[in-house]
Design a protein. Structure first.
Lengths: 237, 745, 79
């Protein structure tokens, strides 16, 4: 199965995602340039982290107009698994494939470090190999990770089980101190209504090897491989 | 004479230098040509005050792939790969505009690496600020840190390490030295040479504006409102633009359609065209009308002197232009042919086909003046090297001094700073907590590279030659503690005004010290930078030579941190504490003094220690290693306990000789002796460490054991320090945030 | 024609930058400054003939690109 990693001008974790998929997970990964109009053969689409268009105007605000995004939208509408990591999450928010928006971190500073991230739902292609309540240690690296949704949207997200990841402390508890950026309800990642599009601010692709600080992120990629095997069909766009 | 004294002065040229120009080009220069010489013969570009000294540095070695003279240096790391690295300064701009000064400094050094065809994978920075109790210094620090993060994070190159020290002399003259390292296959390295008569010269990247034109005015026009708007703008870095440039340039260089590449940094287009021509023994001719411009009405003078960021010069193989243009178009970048290579070894500048400047390129580069600036040891050094007994007669109790040292900004945890840096991007960074050097793995191999930047200005103020030797030794030692064999070095020399004999003496001594140490430790200098004139109102900074050392780790599994990993391990001290408080953090923090002699250094012993550390790490014989630096043994021991979840240690040592006559136990606990490392080892391995150290002629002793939750140090059988790890760590980890934000992080 | 676009965070959205600025002003002694909200200001140089056309074009650009309707609102002024 093929992982398509979309490259926008200014993406910098495209290489991280590609490496994790090909060299650690052992699945083929392909770069797709943002000006292309087709994803080609793709079973999974990853929108990677970085600073697309320098984060100028707003994070992800310009990337969402890239020609490739029409193909990404079609892929998502057809039920294909889409993972938006950090800047990728921001792009999914800007183009409306996920609800809500991203603000500057509460303390107006960039934060990099490993944090606790609790898995809230296992009914997505990216978390089906986790257990509910499992805490993953994943690195964050962002200045605008403060997730926001208006009250109605937020209530619907919680009620429909679309909150997939939350920031927690060592004991697995949601606390203000464990929330690195002020995200509403300590939300670290969400899905769309049909659960095939997931966005998260932490970087699972940067936590796939123990020598780099931990391998808790690998399960996110193993999950989608499992999901596609289960499905028995390969998506072709 | 065409140009009067005032014009010459505005261009930073002396009458003698002007006479030399006239002699070299065979006539008087026009204003544009005067501008070219003004920037190329500036200290920053020509190294005119430092060249005679820098020539004495060791630059060769079996591993050296590229020595000084190119945009960066390179050493072989095996498997046909090279580590390409250099360190550079951006000091003065970082005081004027801290964020952009630091950001453009980062941008500049990154370009120096990828211009060689190497993908940058790591950044480190050595920073110096005035004391944190002054709002101005805090503002500068915050701006600098935000700028380094803002640029590095955006372009996606991890900032993986560095060091910060504080001293009054850096108030108004902060230091921002940025080190960058990249990886390239030997065959992929591209140099900054122009060659091939008729080959097109391309300009790629951002448009040229009026940034950074050094105060030189166009002509004798008076200043009016429109002139005010034309005044040089502060350089603003655009990391997004540079990311595009980096990707496009690396893509183009893989295709071998370019014969030479140089970035436009200091002296912009002038430097890039004259240097590539000189190096290739050819000429370069360009037409400034073809240069993409950001503002209307720019003159050739302005275009040639502009220091707009994120621009590169490419010498392209004739016939391969379309391929090059296609790559840059893909990345939405300007790629414009602005000229060609000629055979006359001149730099010829035209505007719409009319020649506006025409000089031999070597006159701008190799034939810049070389000065043998006078230098003289200043008076009063004997007194400076004596610690006045009356000033240190009374001191705090050991545990109080210990806690004070842990919370002084130079020693305290720098987490407030590095948390703002993406140190994980590119997935090469070997786990950060507890590393004394920064370590990145090399994908496609089992290897890793350890890097450290170090340089203690206090030691150099007391004895510049010794201070410089110690800087090399400390950087190499940090790298060895992480498990890396030191293989190469780069230096950034930060000093005051070289026209003062006492400053020039500091510089000459420092270079001599670096040379001696680099030879003894097998770390050839592959390139570097000199920053002079770091002074305000005649008061110079502490002479601050910063050394960046790169080490090769044979296997990632060999990497060691400073952390004690479990209870029940033996703690062994290698080397010995000689009770040296000269230039120490203790003397500065507790008594406000920079006095005494810097620590002694046995380079042969240092060399042997590095090899032992690397060997032990590779065999798994030691579990951790940490060198004794600022704060001495007590602080070093404490740092081994931090970030371990509260694991303590208990050691028992003998009283050290009382160097400097400071009463009490300060010399023993806080003396900063060189070639001194604390390692932890399983009880079965400790005897191996001791035996092999002694066999190599190195003092070594088992002094204690890890365990408990306190840091306990006994001297001659009596407990001198007994402090819970929790309390010590809280002081250490919260100090910088408290100083900067007024509250613990 | 020139159009000016002012983009501001909706009142219900927390503005960490505005808050930081307000705190900084207070610590400098500007106690008469209450709340601060930070927004963005754009100047558009438009190649259209009438103020009406400029207003419509600027609003379209603001709505589609310059402002994020989830968290921001905007106002257009035509010179």
């Amino acid at each position: 199965m093929t992982f398509a990693v979309v490259v926008f001008p200014g993406s910098n974790s495209d290489h991280d995602a590609h490496y994790a998929v090909e060299h650690v997970l052992g699945q083929p990964a392909r770069f797709v340039w943002h000006k292309d109009t087709s994803l080609g053969t793709a079973d999974v689409v990853i929108l990677p982290g970085g600073f697309s268009h320098g984060d100028y105007l707003r994070t992800g605000a310009i990337a969402r107009f890239s020609p490739i995004m029409a193909a990404v939208r079609d892929f998502a509408d057809a039920g294909g698994p889409v993972l938006g990591i950090c800047n990728g999450f921001q792009i999914l928010l800007e183009c409306g494939l996920l609800p809500g928006a991203m603000l500057r971190n509460r303390d107006v500073r960039f934060h990099c470090g490993f944090v606790g991230v609790r898995v809230e739902r296992t009914d997505t292609p990216f978390t089906n190999r986790c257990t509910v309540g499992q805490v993953l240690h994943l690195p964050i690296a962002h200045g605008e990770g403060n997730y926001y949704a208006p009250p109605d949207t937020l209530a619907a997200l919680e009620a429909d089980g679309q909150v997939i990841f939350r920031y927690v402390d060592e004991a697995g508890e949601v606390t203000e101190a464990a929330n690195p950026n002020g995200s509403i309800h300590s939300i670290a990642g969400i899905s769309n209504g049909s659960k095939n599009v997931v966005g998260l601010m932490p970087h699972p692709e940067r936590a796939c090897e123990a020598c780099l600080g931990g391998a808790d992120g690998l399960v996110v990629f193993q999950s989608v491989v499992h999901a596609l095997h289960e499905r028995g069909t390969l998506q072709r766009v | 004479m065409t140009h009067d004294a005032a014009v010459l002065a505005r261009h930073g040229l002396t009458p003698d230098e002007y006479a030399r120009i006239v002699q070299l080009i065979g006539r008087e220069p026009n204003l544009t040509e005067l501008g070219l010489f003004s920037v190329m013969w500036s200290e920053h570009c020509s190294y005119k005050s430092s060249r005679v000294h820098l020539k004495t540095l060791p630059t060769e070695g079996a591993r050296v792939v590229q020595g000084p003279g190119e945009n960066a240096g390179a050493v072989d790391i095996g498997d046909g790969l090279a580590a390409v690295f250099k360190i550079e300064s951006h000091n003065h701009p970082s005081f004027i505009e801290p964020y952009q000064g630091a950001a453009t400094g980062v941008g500049g050094i990154i370009r120096d690496i990828f211009t060689m065809g190497a993908r940058p994978i790591a950044l480190l920075d050595a920073l110096r600020f005035g004391p944190m109790d002054d709002g101005l210094n805090r503002r500068v620090l915050k701006g600098v840190v935000a700028g380094i993060g803002g640029y590095g994070n955006s372009i996606g190159i991890p900032t993986v390490g560095g060091e910060v020290m504080f001293d009054e002399s850096y108030r108004g003259n902060p230091l921002v030295n940025v080190f960058c390292l990249g990886i390239a296959r030997h065959s992929e390295i591209v140099k900054g040479h122009a060659s091939g008569v008729g080959n097109p010269v391309y300009y790629v990247g951002a448009k040229t504006g009026r940034d950074g034109i050094h105060g030189a005015t166009m002509a004798s026009a008076e200043f009016d409102e429109s002139s005010a708007e034309k005044r040089p703008a502060v350089q603003v870095g655009d990391p997004f633009m540079e990311k595009l440039l980096l990707e496009a340039c690396l893509e183009v260089m893989r295709g071998e359609a370019v014969v030479g590449v140089q970035d436009m940094g200091a002296a912009g287009l002038t430097c890039a065209t004259s240097e590539t021509g000189s190096r290739g023994s050819v000429g370069v001719q360009i037409d400034v009308a073809r240069v993409p411009q950001r503002e209307p009405g720019m003159t050739p003078y302005e275009i040639m002197l502009s220091e707009s960021q994120e621009r590169m010069l490419l010498i392209v193989k004739r016939g391969r232009e379309a391929e090059v243009e296609r790559v840059f178009e893909k990345w939405d970048l300007h790629a414009v042919r602005i000229g060609e290579v000629t055979n006359d070894q001149r730099l010829r500048v035209m505007e719409h086909g009319v020649v506006v400047a025409d000089v031999p390129n070597r006159a701008l580069t190799d034939e810049a003046p070389v000065y043998h600036r006078p230098y003289r040891e200043p008076e009063g050094r004997a007194d400076l090297q004596r610690i006045p007994a009356e000033a240190v007669a009374a001191g705090p109790k050991p545990t109080d001094a210990f806690l004070s040292l842990l919370s002084t900004p130079t020693i305290a945890s720098k987490r407030w700073i590095y948390r703002q840096y993406d140190h994980v991007v590119q997935t090469n960074t070997v786990a950060l907590d507890g590393l004394t050097a920064a370590v990145v793995r090399v994908k496609g191999t089992t290897r890793a590279l350890a890097m450290s930047v170090d340089g203690n200005g206090r030691y150099s103020a007391l004895d510049p030659r010794q201070g410089a030797k110690l800087a090399v030794a400390e950087a190499a030692r940090n790298v060895a503690c992480a498990g890396g064999l030191p293989i190469g070095a780069t230096n950034c020399l930060n000093f005051g005004n070289p026209e003062r004999p006492d400053i020039m003496w500091q510089f000459a001594e420092a270079v001599a010290g670096i040379g001696e140490a680099c030879r003894a430790l097998d770390t050839p200098i592959t390139g570097g930078n000199v920053s002079f004139y770091n002074e305000t109102d005649g008061r110079a900074i502490l002479p601050t030579p910063i050394l960046g050392v790169v080490g090769l780790v044979a296997d990632v599994s060999h990497v060691r941190t400073r952390l004690f990993s479990e209870a029940g391990l033996d703690i062994v001290i290698l080397g010995e504490g000689r009770g040296e408080l000269g230039g120490s953090e203790y003397l500065k923090t507790i008594h406000g003094l920079i006095r005494g002699r810097p620590p002694v250094l046995d380079l042969a012993r240092e060399h042997a220690l590095a090899r032992l550390l690397v060997d032990w790490a590779s065999r798994g014989v030691i579990r951790s290693a940490h060198d004794c630096a600022e704060g001495g043994l007590a602080v070093t021991l404490a740092e081994c306990c931090f970030d371990t979840g509260g694991l303590g240690a208990e050691v028992s040592i003998g009283r050290a000789p009382n160097d400097g006559g400071v009463p009490g136990l300060a010399s023993t606990l806080f003396g900063e002796s060189a070639t001194c490392v604390l390692v932890s080892a399983a009880p079965g391995d400790a005897p191996v460490v001791l035996r092999e150290a002694h066999a190599a002629g190195l003092p070594a002793a088992r002094i204690g054991r890890t365990g408990g939750s306190a840091i306990r140090i006994a001297v001659d059988g009596e407990i001198a320090i007994d402090c819970s790890v929790g309390e010590a760590e809280a002081r250490w980890s919260g100090a910088l945030a408290k100083a900067l934000d007024g509250r613990a992080a | 024609m020139k159009a000016r676009v002012f983009v501001t965070l909706k009142p219900s959205v927390f503005d960490p930058q505005g808050q930081t600025i307000a705190e900084a002003l207070h610590s400098l002694g500007y106690n008469d400054v209450g709340d601060v909200r930070q927004g963005k200001y754009f100047e558009l140089d438009l190649k259209v003939a009438s103020t009406g056309a400029a207003q419509r074009l600027a609003e379209d650009v603001a709505d589609r690109v310059l402002a994020n309707p989830v968290i921001e609102s905007f106002r257009v002024e035509v010179a």
